[in-house]
Design a protein around this ligand. Sequence first.
Ligand code: UTP
Length: 233
Amino acid sequence: MLIVLSLGGSILAKNLDPDRFLKYAEVLRKISKKHTVIVVTGGGESARQYIGAARAMGADEVTCDYIGIEITRLNARLLAAALGPDACPEIPTNYLEAAKAIRPGKVVVMGGVTPGQTTDAVAAILAEYLRADLLTIATSINGVYSSDPNCDPTAVKFDKISPEKLINIVMAIEMKAGSKSPVDPVAAKIIERCKLDALVMDARDPVLLREVLEREVINISPVPCGTWITCKT
Ligand code: UTP
């Protein structure tokens, strides 16, 4: 199977702890023995700090995005370093390079590509381009809720959700300042158009990520720590 994993910077690069990078690398090494794995790393806290500094200096949003992209690529380099010989040596900077970098048993690791989106969108576009069997969005939220659970105590978590319903939810959340959507709206649109099965999951614990990927690549069954985005009922 071909798995594209969006690995949030907030969970991978938390406190820039080398041990966390090594733990995620170990999970990816194991999964890549059975499956082709492409990982798109997020920027996390460092990206937010750098972008915050640029904004405070009056930088435009595209410049801020380019700075964010650089940080996501740095995290990709760090994860590739943690993987050692099990990572493809080059960090692709676009989708074509990612496709060309695939080698049996090696994990392809990359960061952002272009302004105006996040690494969730990169992972979704890559999954569509490579006709992946599964897209996993590994983050610090345990799935998709009917509204932002940080702002709405009546928010309900979904085990499964259709791409169309997901788009309605993320668009409503994105409209509110300070709210954070579980999935980038661009990623949600891509998932809708290519009818891809995607799993949004809480992967703060690398062991949980391994357990879910080992089990769930086979069938779409409810995952306590996540939500399936699927057209299948
Ligand atoms: P992230 O994907 O890390 O965003 O990209 P995020 O939502 O903060 O995710 P976490 O916290 O890692 O889970 C960081 C920033 O880099 C820019 C955007 O500004 C984004 O907010 N970026 C990233 C792009 O402009 N294009 C890309 O392709 C990727």
